[in-house]
Design a binder for this molecule. Structure first.
Ligand SMILES: [Zn+2]
Length: 81
């Protein structure tokens, strides 16, 4: 007996697969004014590392990375009981 897996049912299952919606976020603290900003994570970012990013608050260019985390933007808020 030969079975075939080609069919509309199988295709439907494949299209249900979604890419992982992870968006790593880097949290930066301005070394000039101390304000905290976030931007998408870039390769090479590490916690307590220094990066050059223009501060939208004071215009300074030196920031320290204070946190890196993953934000799942596509997930609806969960109810906690
Ligand atoms: Zn600043």
């Amino acid at each position: 007996m030969i079975r075939t897996f080609e069919g509309p049912g199988q295709l439907g299952a494949i299209t249900k697969l979604k890419p992982m919606p992870f968006n790593p976020i880097t949290q930066l603290k301005c070394q000039s004014c101390g304000s905290i900003h976030t931007r998408p994570h870039k390769e090479g970012d590490y916690i307590f590392g220094g990066v050059e990013e223009k501060c939208p608050n004071c215009g300074g260019s030196k920031h320290t990375i204070i946190a890196i985390y993953v934000e799942d933007q596509r997930q609806p808020p969960r109810k906690q009981t």
